[in-house]
Design a protein around this ligand. Sequence first.
Ligand SMILES: [Zn+2]
Ligand SMILES: [Zn+2]
Length: 285
Amino acid sequence: MRVDLHCHSTASDGTDTPAELVRNAAAAGLDVVALTDHDTTRGYGEAMAALPAGLTLVTGAELSCRIDGVSLHMLAYLFDPEEPELLAERELVRDDRVPRARGMVARLQELGVPVTWEQVARIAGDGSVGRPHVATALVELGVVASVDDAFTGDWLADGGRAYVEKHETDPFEAIRLVKGAGGVTVFAHPGASKRGRTVPESAIAEMAAAGLDGIEVDHMDHDADTRVRLRGLAADLGLLVTGSSDYHGSRKTVALGEYTTDPEVYGEITRRATGAFPVPGTGGI
Ligand SMILES: [Zn+2]
Ligand SMILES: [Zn+2]
């Protein structure tokens, strides 16, 4: 039994449509494939409709999180996609423009700038509000001479005094929300140091104590030493160990099923989940 628990479709940044993904998964000899697009479940319907006989679909998502300034990805499996709290959080991660612009207005007010949300909203008009509109408000108020002058460390540049980061979920909140929606959490590629700073083992231990179910160990971004270390950590913390391709179609070189998850671990994930159940293929359309 071959199980690949981490795949992307065109619902996020993969290049296979959800239908192509499940067909390709069957052609690659997989028995189980998980659809884990970034912060969205919108590929589910198409994947289910196209699901070939003999292939089982695990519904999931890869949630964008951040802890102490370090971005990380949390895989969530078999949660109820309609559960409102987790749904609202996914929507906020995908589109945080309004709360983010409001946050920047609030920081500017704290800095003594008499900008208002009404002013920024008027400047944005029918467009989707963002930093350039806040910058234009600063020009209108005579705080800076030009929009470019607003994009400095004094004001709105990345890391500037009035800058607000893009919203990403606190991983402990992600674990809580996914559990609340009946799902199971697996920390994706926790040792992928090529992607930037990684989360320290002490934080993974805290996540385990908070209900994290597992960590992804067999992944293209982990070298042999990292896998050995992570397997040891999982054993110490009582976490499940998964392996997955993190397939993105032609965007990455990794093949479907290049890394897989032990069928017993897959069985344990399905036993823990109550929000949704694996969907057996019926032949597809
Ligand atoms: Zn990822
Ligand atoms: Zn991924």
